[in-house]
Design a protein around this ligand. Structure first.
Ligand SMILES: CC(C)(COP(=O)(O)OP(=O)(O)OC[C@H]1O[C@@H](n2cnc3c(N)ncnc32)[C@H](O)[C@@H]1OP(=O)(O)O)[C@@H](O)C(=O)NCCC(=O)NCCS
Length: 169
């Protein structure tokens, strides 16, 4: 089952993201140390379901266990409001390869398509992350830029692909 997360999901969402940042330092710009000091209110705010919330996060559940997540963030500045970004895509290793990532990406892109005035989605992904790149390309994302040494990680610095998807014909 995939559904939008709510503020009361914040503790489990936080646990899953801290697991993701620790397990995949090359894939995420956030680090566990940077994020674990943030108050629970920060995580709750990210999951706000207010009509005018600028972010939303969907979760995939196996029974009651949260096993995957994907987020969407809308730009707020007047001249950037036609854009949104996919962030924080993660599926627990035990649940990969079962189209959960696919369902999560569909869910956030549906929200993007329904938002008045939003015409494109963007994301960044680490070069060489074949599973993630395959998933994004399957949904129509195209690479428009390559950023060398984009993020400093324990193994050095990784290159980021910048991808975009027009949401309307
Ligand atoms: C990327 C990720 C979310 C995909 O989750 P998932 O639930 O396994 O995704 P899906 O099952 O919907 O699809 C995965 C696709 O990638 C493919 N894939 C898996 N591993 C692959 C690999 N090493 N090389 C190429 N393709 C691969 C699968 O075959 C599948 O494609 P298919 O349906 O055409 O066969 C998951 O691998 C993950 O959490 N990775 C670690 C965190 C991460 O990298 N997040 C992305 C940050 S941008």
């Amino acid at each position: 089952m995939t559904r939008r997360l709510r503020p009361e999901d914040a503790p489990t969402y936080r646990d899953l993201m801290l697991e993701a940042y620790a397990a995949h330092p090359d894939a995420f710009t956030s680090s566990p140390s940077e994020r674990q000091v943030l108050p629970m209110a920060w995580w709750e705010g990210r999951l706000s379901t207010d009509t005018h919330a600028n972010e939303c996060v969907f979760g995939a559940f196996d029974a009651s266990e949260l096993v995957g997540v994907a987020g969407l963030s809308f730009q707020t500045r007047e001249k950037l409001r036609h854009k949104c970004s996919v962030f924080g895509m993660y599926v627990r290793p035990s649940h990969r390869g079962h189209q959960l990532g696919d369902g999560l990406l569909c869910a956030v892109l549906n929200v993007a398509r329904q938002r008045h005035g939003v015409s494109l989605a963007q994301l960044t992904v680490t070069e060489g992350n074949r599973a993630a790149v395959a998933l994004y390309e399957r949904h129509g994302f195209v690479t428009y830029g390559i950023e060398p040494q984009a993020v400093a990680v324990p193994s050095g610095a990784v290159t980021k692909l910048h991808m975009w998807l027009p949401l309307r014909a």
